[in-house]
Design a binder for this molecule. Structure first.
Ligand SMILES: Nc1ncnc2c1ncn2[C@@H]1O[C@H](COP(=O)(O)OP(=O)(O)OP(=O)(O)O)[C@@H](O)[C@H]1O
Length: 349
C-alpha cells in the first residue's frame, strides 16, 4: 500500500515507521522570544528526528511552538526570536553552524517550507508559472524555456488542471485550492529531501483540504521526500503521517515512532485529551470531550510540567518537577510522571 492509498481512518495507518537514514535531527532545540521587558522560551529543549522518506506530525494546540520550530529549521525566524540552544542537523551537518550560510544554501533545494496562506507567499504581480520556474532557474540553472516547461509539468504533478494555460494566470485569478497547489509546486520544484508544512490546509475548505493531503502523500511517493507536518488536527496526522511528536507549551510531551500505537495507547494525559477532543478518528459516534482550561500564554508558563493545571492525574510533584522526556516503551518517549499506561504501552512488534 502506498501512502497515497491510505484512507483517512486511523486503522489504515502504517504499523511501523519507515526506517531510513536520519535526515533531520532536532536536538534540545530552544527558541526564545523577546517580549520587550524579558525573554521567554517558546520552544524548550525540543528533540525529534525525521528519517529519509518519513512523515512526522508535529501536533499541539495553538501557541505550543510548532511554527517557531519549523522556522528555526528553515532559518526564517522573526527578528525578535532567536535560537538559544540545541542543534539542528540536516544530513548530519549542523544548520546553525557557519552563521547559517549552509542553511541558506539548501533552503528551497534540500529543505522547503509550505506555508498556511498561499496568498501571502505568492507574488501577486508574477504569473504563477514564472513563480514555479524561478527556483529552477536560480538553483538548477535551467534556461527560461526549460524552466517554464518543467514548471508546467510540476503544475500538472500537483493537480492543476490545464496547466499550460494556468501557468499564465496571476495568483488572484486562481481559487484558494489552486493557489495552494501552485505554492506546493514552487516548493517542491527543486526536489527537496524534506518538506516542512505549516498547517497548509487550514485556510481551505474541507474537500480541498482532503485533496491537498492526498497530494502530499502522492508527492511523498513520487519524490521520496520526507515530511514534517505541523497541525493541531490529529485526524490530519492519522491520514498522512507515520510518526508523531506532541508539543505543549513549547515542550515535547510525547514522541511515537508508531502512530497507530500512540492513537490506541496514548501515554501522556495531554495526548489522551487531544485524542478525546478529535472528531473523525474512530467514527462519528465518539463523544467529544474538550480539554478543560486553556494552554498557558508564553508569558505565563507554569513551573513543573506545563500541563499540570489541566491534568486530572497531576500531583504536587508534577507542579515542581522539570519532567524529562524519557523512553517508556520501544519507539515511545513521554514526559510524564504519571503516564496513562506506564509499562503497558503496546507497540507493534
Ligand atoms: N514574533 C513573536 N513575538 C512574540 N511572540 C511570539 C512571536 N512568534 C511566536 N510567538 C509566541 O510564541 C509561542 C509559540 O508560537 P508558535 O507560532 O510557534 O506556536 P504554534 O504552535 O505554531 O501555534 P499556532 O498553531 O497558533 O500557529 C506563542 O505563544 C506565540 O504567541
Amino acid at each position: 500500500m502506498t501512502a497515497h492509498d491510505r484512507g483517512p481512518q486511523l486503522v489504515d495507518g502504517p504499523l511501523a515507521a519507515p526506517v531510513g537514514d536520519p535526515l533531520l535531527e532536532v536536538i534540545d532545540l530552544s527558541v526564545a522570544v523577546d517580549l520587550g521587558d524579558r525573554r521567554e522560551l517558546a520552544v524548550d529543549r525540543v528533540s525529534f528526528t525525521v528519517a529519509a522518506g518519513e512523515a512526522r506530525g508535529l501536533v499541539g494546540e495553538s501557541g505550543s511552538g510548532k511554527s517557531l520550530t519549523l522556522r528555526a529549521i528553515m532559518g526564517l525566524l522573526p527578528t525578535n526570536v532567536t535560537v538559544t540552544g540545541g542543534q539542528i542537523l540536516f544530513q548530519g551537518r549542523d544548520l546553525l553552524a557557519d552563521g547559517g550560510r549552509w542553511q541558506q544554501q539548501i533552503r528551497g533545494t534540500g529543505i522547503t517550507m509550505i506555508f498556511q496562506e498561499p496568498a501571502v507567499a505568492l507574488n501577486p504581480v508574477l504569473r504563477v508559472g514564472d513563480q514555479v520556474a524561478d527556483g529552477l532557474r536560480e538553483h538548477r540553472g535551467l534556461s527560461r524555456r526549460a524552466a517554464r516547461e518543467q514548471a508546467v509539468r510540476l503544475l500538472e504533478l500537483v493537480g492543476v488542471p490545464d496547466p499550460g494555460r494556468r501557468a499564465n494566470a496571476y495568483p488572484h485569478e486562481l481559487s484558494g485550492g489552486l493557489r495552494q497547489r501552485v505554492m506546493i509546486a514552487a516548493g517542491v520544484s527543486c526536489e527537496p529531501e524534506l518538506i516542512l508544512c505549516d498547517e497548509p490546509t487550514t485556510a481551505l475548505d474541507v474537500t480541498i483540504q482532503d485533496q491537498i493531503l492526498r497530494l502530499f502523500a502522492h508527492l511523498r511517493d513520487e519524490l521520496g521526500a520526507a515530511l514534517l507536518y505541523v497541525t493541531h488536527d490529529l485526524a490530519v496526522v492519522a491520514q498522512l503521517c507515520d510518526t508523531i511528536s506532541v508539543l505543549y507549551a513549547g515542550r515535547v510531551m510525547e514522541d511515537g515512532q508508531h502512530l497507530q500505537s500512540v492513537f490506541e495507547h496514548p501515554a501522556h494525559p495531554y495526548t489522551g485529551a487531544l485524542l478525546a477532543a478529535t472528531p473523525q478518528i474512530d467514527g462519528p459516534v465518539r463523544r467529544l470531550e474538550a480539554i478543560p482550561g486553556a494552554a498557558p500564554a508564553l508569558a505565563d508558563r507554569p513551573a513543573g510540567c506545563p500541563f499540570h493545571d489541566r491534568c486530572p492525574r497531576a500531583t504536587e510533584e508534577c507542579r515542581q518537577t522539570d519532567v524529562p522526556v524519557e523512553p517508556i516503551a520501544a519507539g515511545r518517549l513521554v514526559a510524564c510522571l504519571h503516564p496513562l499506561l506506564g509499562s503497558e504501552v503496546e507497540v507493534p512488534s
